[in-house]
Design a protein around this ligand. Structure first.
Ligand code: G3I
Length: 370
């Protein structure tokens, strides 16, 4: 990645005389940020994807292979209960290519193994299981993973606590006690890995609203009481209807209040789904990507923008939202889309002085960025 820059406009190659950054990771690096993507271990064997991963991104994250089910498929805490093959491959790849590795995720209600979800385990046993899982998994990657999504998606859209195996089905003994089980998870993660940044991660929390209010209240409480929470992950599974000034203002105000708590912000799972793959739709999508990346640049606390996959061929969207697709920066034939060029340009250009615009004052190498 590029060397440190000293002025807020250092990203603009015209103002520095420097050659323009020629990858997303490099362009973000000049702003003191990272640009990442979710990957699967088998992507390392894919001749289309692997070179893009290496060339374009400064962070990778396991799309699925570090979730509880895939990484801890068998009962118990002995090494044989875990499957580290895929995650270890990703860790080695990141290390060998000077990339950061992000961990996703230790505590979630989805993708849990059958042995955990049959209803056989008591609250006490589940508490022990969560403890052992965090200890072993976060412990194993303590020198490799720089940031963990410790808990994922614990809130409902209305801001109430989601009913899950970890909270109240039967939970780990803290059912009905709000965010107490998350607090436990964050404390365990800190014990297992004292250096990694610890994140709470959720979707549909980018704008002001009931869900982001509840998450904000938890974050403020955790920060006030010294619970080890370092960052907030906004997933960023966006829809085109959000491409309005009003929606973007709401995102900006929301990011601002989390930043004011002293939290690092990561956009963790960015994609913008479309209902058609026409050139017009691609142009509108590119416009939204550009505005969203500019918004991220205007908030100094945003240290990572991470895509939820590389190409439209491999995205989770068509399998989950009937009639939708085309959400990423490369098309299904691995060709860069207008959105790719819009994002690169948004990272490279000098920001216009929009009303709330602030130059990033923290430009520096990615090694310094969180
Ligand atoms: O690995 C199995 C394979 O063995 C089996 O043959 C195949 C048959 O369906 O399924 C494979 O597992 C699938 C897995 O992705 C790996 O491809 C699961 O069925 C499928 O449900 C799973 O979907 C993932 C989803 O999380 C699970 O909830 C998506 O790929 C993944 O993109 C998505 O990621 C989540 C984030 O973790 C959290 N935020 C939301 C985001 C999108 O849902």
């Amino acid at each position: 990645m590029s060397p440190s820059q000293s002025s807020p406009d250092a990203s603009n190659s015209e103002s520095t005389g420097q050659a323009p950054a020629n990858s997303l990771g490099q362009a973000a690096g000049r702003l003191g940020m990272d640009f990442g993507t979710a990957v699967e271990p088998w992507h390392l064997d894919d001749p289309d994807l692997e070179p893009i991963m290496r060339a374009e991104f400064s962070v990778i994250e396991a799309e699925n292979s570090m979730k509880f089910g895939p990484i801890h498929p068998r009962e118990g805490a002995a090494l044989e209960a875990f499957d580290f093959e895929g995650p270890d491959r990703l860790a080695n790849f990141a290390r060998n290519n000077g990339m950061k590795l992000r961990g996703h995720t230790l505590v979630w209600h989805q993708q849990n193994p059958a042995w955990l979800t049959t209803g056989r385990l008591t609250a006490e046993q589940l508490a022990k299981t969560m403890e052992e899982h965090i200890e072993v998994v976060a412990g194993r990657f303590r020198d490799t993973i720089y940031a963990w999504d410790v808990v994922n998606e614990a809130f409902n859209d209305d801001g109430t606590m989601r009913s899950t195996i970890w909270y109240d089905q039967p939970g780990i003994g803290m059912a009905g006690q709000g965010t107490a089980y998350l607090e436990r998870a964050f404390r365990l993660a800190r014990q297992a890995d004292p250096k990694a940044l610890l994140f709470y991660n959720d979707y549909d929390a980018e704008m002001l609203g009931a869900k982001s209010d509840a998450i904000y209240a938890m974050c403020r409480d955790f920060r006030d009481r010294g619970i080890p929470l370092d960052g907030i992950g906004f997933q960023g599974h966006l829809i085109m209807q959000m491409n309005t000034g009003e929606a973007l203002d709401s995102v900006q105000a929301n990011f601002e209040r989390f930043a004011n708590l002293g939290l690092v912000i990561h956009v963790t799972e960015l994609d913008i789904r479309l209902s058609s793959g026409t050139p017009e739709a691609f142009a509108e999508q590119a416009d939204f990507y550009r505005k969203f990346v500019e918004l991220c640049r205007r908030q100094d606390a945003v240290k990572l923008i991470q895509m939820w996959g590389i190409s439209d061929r491999d995205s989770w969207i068509p399998g989950w939202f009937e009639g939708f697709g085309w959400p990423l920066l490369w098309d299904s034939k691995m060709k860069k889309k207008p959105a790719y060029f819009a994002v690169l340009e948004a990272l490279r250009s000098t920001l216009s002085s929009a009303p709330s615009s602030r130059g990033r004052s923290d430009a520096g190498s990615t090694a310094d960025s969180a």
